[in-house]
Design a protein. Structure first.
Ligand code: NAG
Ligand code: NAG
Ligand code: NAG
Ligand code: NAG
Ligand code: NAG
Ligand code: NAG
Ligand code: NAG
Ligand code: NAG
Ligand code: NAG
Ligand code: NAG
Ligand code: NAG
Ligand code: NAG
Length: 836
């Protein structure tokens, strides 16, 4: 494939354009003054004033940004000085009014929860001039959480506690959230959620909104495009011989919803042809433009533009062109940050690192908890991989594990006696990998060392507490990774690694909470100390064991995902720099979760799904087992997650911009039991024909699900997906809660099914923008678990005959790393132009 020449193409056709080029307006954000309802002081410099959580805890004033703060194109009003008085609202049914006659397409909230758990739910009520209302359900995050880092939109390294300068060292955050709202009528006022639980309150620090652009003419003469944000990322794609930087561009059509004539393509309000987006200036050259095909009033689109070059400190311009190659508009002044090619152990640099594009597209991974705990395979409705801890805590009949161990193995068997029975006698790495592939997962994360300190990889001279030196004397991580590289190269390979070890004597100086370090006492004879088989004397746990083991996973095993657990004392800045440099030098892209103690790429809710959109990267992780990651023999086959649960959880997570990491616990022999394997394959079968509505998709900014929760929405550049969780019969009703569905006359709606693409179904959009699809009972019957209806955009034909004639610019999507289908449609659009 020749290098792309889109700029040439555009130049050749600029004269064909019918649209007068203009400067695109700055994306508007207005700050609503909510200080009249302030009722709380969250920030304090020394902890002596203020009380955020009702327990005397406060954010550190100097760690919060004062005055006007801008994030992803939106400006917020914060106090000019934090810590000098009330600075937020504890939401409790207050109402704030908007200025007269304001059509609003999006709300932007800076909030934080003060509860002790992982998240909270709250409903905002939006009241319109026409007396209609919208309930906006929000699942928000708490200011800090252990062991996840809750590295929010505004992370602070610690907070004060107890009305004093005493410190809680957990990262403590404010969060930003943008929510699309209906704009059929001007917005009158917003009512904040009621506080139901006095120990779990929602604090609102700032509220901004995007006013729609109301045309001055009776009918719009075109969409009102605006560039919302332009972010030069740390992601890259190979384009020809160069590594092109990914620039994330967000664009909006700011017309209010009332100009979207339901389902009608003949209006001027909507983009309905191939629009390309390029970035130039400041030394930047676009090598693959972003392409979008549809943008209805109020909607937004997130695109990746691939560029080379770029000079630090310069600014770049975004140029949007129509299908004829004519410039529709430009937007200037975006700061350039060239692609980072080397890393140093500095927080400011490392926090810019992001999840790679492959991770964002993959959506679904399999987690594997396998270790000594797989031998006893026991937990009393609790994590079986915590066997060693539960055996000792408490060391009495209060602990079901203590009782179970005594009954099954007797008082003389210690945890390390399981080493001999961790045989992997029936293990076939290829069988595991085949199952992962059949399941439809795109990556896996193998536990390489859990809190018990027993590793499944070569720990070299740091420790011999490893399967390489003990028991089977095999390097399971290497065997699995080698088998994957050889037979399943498309699967991305990740590693779980526990930073602390419960009972390692060298961890004692660093110990905390349930990771105290120090040798275990015998659970039945406390005066006896248990062995810690394989221990090698080291001077310092962090520098001589933890850090070199992590480096080994990066440099000797080429792990693509460093999935740490527990955090705590760490050398993660040094690790991350070395890890990212190794990946860059070897031509691949890697990522690190939020439990490595520093600089996370993504957050990891455990046995929890965020109920609302989070625009930063996140991944739900949980077991097939209702209560465990490691295999638990107490669990009956019917209790494991079934096809319905797996598919619907995955789609739900993906609709809110998350990934799903679903865990299996193999037996000590290395077998993934049928109760888990069969259900994974069931879900995989669904993905084999519905995957177009899961992999490579993006969330829909306007709504992620219907108000009743029965359908989820997802987008690709050329399609809009409606995934129904209840088996439809007769007519499927698609209610987006007042948001404008991006469907137009001529679009085809089909059910994705096992015998290929379904027939084009009859559909219509009625009052209130609610869509009806007449489903085919026969096709519906062929599908299980969830019903993915794909709306394929009928894209207006463009003009590019010369480009097609000279053979350039076709298949741009595939070349640039876009889903192949994008390239396919780009090609169609270009070919079709020949008739002009
Ligand atoms: C709002 O509009 C009403 C009538 O539409 C008018 O009476 C009122 O003065 C306006 N208020 C402001 C602040 O513009
Ligand atoms: C939010 O509103 C929905 C109904 O729209 C209700 O089912 C839910 O319980 C409410 N949640 C809270 C936290 O009030
Ligand atoms: C909020 O707006 C609604 C709809 O216009 C109106 O009925 C209600 O009285 C307003 N509430 C307040 C507190 O202003
Ligand atoms: C809180 O501070 C007070 C006085 O400074 C002290 O007596 C008390 O022990 C502290 N409480 C906690 C839980 O640290
Ligand atoms: C679209 O705008 C053009 C003028 O730019 C006008 O002639 C045409 O009637 C408009 N179409 C509709 C459906 O409003
Ligand atoms: C767990 O159950 C399997 C059968 O499902 C059995 O073969 C195995 O011995 C059991 N293991 C333990 C530790 O009970
Ligand atoms: C190890 O396996 C043997 C043979 O199955 C069994 O008798 C013994 O109880 C097991 N011991 C441990 C500690 O798992
Ligand atoms: C480890 O250190 C301890 C105490 O310093 C010492 O008694 C022991 O012999 C050392 N073990 C090895 C294998 O060097
Ligand atoms: C990780 O280590 C850094 C020092 O390098 C420290 O500041 C940070 O608090 C540690 N993280 C945790 C969660 O303890
Ligand atoms: C799948 O599991 C869910 C949740 O446990 C349950 O409600 C549903 O009935 C199960 N479906 C089948 C077909 O067993
Ligand atoms: C379904 O449609 C897509 C896009 O038109 C096409 O690439 C694919 O081959 C079709 N699949 C089947 C099984 O017909
Ligand atoms: C372009 O128009 C032709 C003729 O109407 C049609 O066959 C083709 O599918 C259209 N192409 C696209 C991408 O819509």
């Amino acid at each position: 494939m020749k290098p792309l020449s889109f700029p040439l193409l555009a130049a050749a056709h600029a004269f064909l354009g019918l649209v007068a080029a203009q400067s695109l307006p700055a994306f508007p954000s207005a700050q609503l003054d909510i200080s009249s309802v302030f009722n709380n002081q969250a920030a304090s410099e020394d902890g002596s004033s203020g009380d955020f959580d009702g327990l005397g805890g406060t954010f550190v004033a100097s760690l919060l940004p004062p005055g006007t703060w801008e994030y992803q194109g939106i400006k917020y009003a914060f106090p000019a000085t934090w810590g000098k008085g009330e600075d937020n609202v504890i939401a409790n049914g207050q109402t704030v009014k908007l200025p007269n006659e304001t059509y609003v397409t999006e709300l932007h909230i800076v909030y934080s929860g003060d509860g002790p758990d992982s998240d909270f739910s709250a409903n905002f009520t939006i009241n319109y001039k026409d007396d209609s209302t919208t309930i906006l359900p929000l699942t928000g995050l708490e200011w800090f959480q252990f062991p996840e880092m809750n590295w929010g939109t505004i992370p602070t390294r610690y907070h004060h506690v107890n009305y004093s300068s005493a410190i809680n060292w957990n990262v403590s955050s404010l969060y930003q959230l943008s929510i699309g709202i209906p704009s059929q009528s001007p917005l009158e006022n917003i009512t904040f959620p009621e506080t139901a639980d006095a120990t779990d309150r929602v604090h609102i620090f700032a509220l901004s909104y995007t006013p729609a652009v109301v045309p001055t003419t009776a009918k719009p003469t075109g969409p009102e495009l605006a560039v919302k944000s332009v972010e030069f990322s740390t992601r890259w794609e190979q384009v020809g011989s160069s590594r092109a930087q990914t620039v994330a561009v967000a664009l909006a059509n700011l017309l209010p919803a009332k100009y979207a004539t339901a389902g009608n393509a003949s209006t001027n309000a909507t983009v309905n042809e191939a629009y390309t987006v390029e970035v130039s200036g400041g030394g930047v050259t676009t090598v693959a433009p972003g392409v979008f095909y549809r943008l209805v009033p109020t909607d937004q689109v997130n695109l990746d533009v691939l560029v080379t070059g770029g000079d630090n400190g310069q600014t770049a311009t975004v140029t949007v062109k129509n299908a004829a190659g004519a410039v529709v508009g430009t937007s200037a002044g975006w700061p350039v940050t060239p692609l980072r090619t080397s890393w140093t152990p500095e927080v400011d640099a490392l926090t810019t690192h992001e999840t790679p594009t492959w991770w964002r597209k993959a959506k679904y991974g399999i987690f594997i908890h396998w270790g000594l705990y797989s031998v006893p395979a026991y937990g009393h409705n609790s994590y079986a991989e915590w066997y060693d801890w539960a055996l000792h805590n408490p060391n009495s009949s209060q602990s079901p594990t203590w009782v179970h161990h005594k009954e099954v193995y007797g008082e003389n068997v210690v945890y390390d006696d399981f080493i001999a029975n961790f045989t992997a006698g029936l293990w076939s790495p290829t069988e595991w990998l085949q199952l992962i592939e059949d399941a439809g997962a795109k990556y896996f994360v193998q536990v390489t060392k859990h809190h018990d300190g027993y590793a499944l990889f070569d720990t070299g001279n740091t420790s011999h507490r490893s399967s390489v030196y003990l028991g089977p004397k095999r390097d399971f991580v290497k065997e699995l990774f080698d088998a994957a590289k050889a037979g399943f190269p498309e699967l991305h390979r990740g590693t779980y690694f526990s930073l602390p070890e419960w009972f390692n004597p060298f961890y004692a100086p660093y110990g905390f909470e349930s990771w105290p370090g120090g040798l275990a006492h015998n659970a039945y004879n406390w005066s006896e100390i248990e062995p810690y088989t394989g221990l090698i004397n080291v001077t310092d746990f962090i520098t001589d064991l933890q850090f070199p083991q992590m480096l080994s996973l990066a440099q000797n095993y080429d792990t693509e995902i460093m999935w740490c657990d527990i955090g705590g004392p760490n050398m993660t800045l040094e690790f991350a720099a070395a890890y990212y440099n190794h990946a860059w030098e070897n031509g691949y892209q890697v990522t690190m979760n939020d439990r490595c103690g520093n600089v996370p790429d993504y957050s990891t809710p455990e046995y929890t799904v965020f109920g609302s959109l989070q625009t930063t990267s996140w991944e739900t992780n949980e077991g097939m087992d209702p209560d465990s990651y490691g295999i638990n023999n107490q669990t009956t086959p019917d209790e494991y997650k079934n096809g319905t649960t797996i598919v619907q959880t995955l789609v739900d997570v993906v609709s809110k911009n998350g990934n799903y990491l679903l865990d299996v616990g193999p037996t000590a022999e290395g077998v993934i039991i049928p109760a888990m394997a069969d259900n994974l394959r069931d879900a995989g079968r669904w993905l084999s024909y519905s995957g177009a509505c899961v992999y490579n998709t993006s969330y829909w900014p306007q709504a992620q699900q219907s108000p009743d929760g029965s359908v989820r929405f997802l987008t690709t550049p050329t399609t809009f997906c409606i995934v129904a969780f209840d088996k439809p019969s007769g007519t499927l009703t698609v209610d987006a809660g007042g948001a404008v569905l991006p469907v137009l006359q001529g679009d085809e709606v089909r059910l994705l099914g096992p015998s290929g693409n379904g027939t084009a179904l009859r559909w219509s959009v009625g009052e209130g923008g609610v869509m009806s699809v007449e489903v085919d009972a026969g096709e519906v019957d062929e599908v299980e678990y969830a019903w993915a209806f794909e709306v394929r955009y009928a894209v207006a034909n463009g003009t590019s005959s010369e480009a097609v004639a000279s053979g350039v610019a076709v298949d741009v999507g595939a070349e640039a790393g876009y889903p192949a289908e994008v390239g396919h449609v780009a090609q169609q659009v270009l070919s079709a132009g020949q008739s002009i």
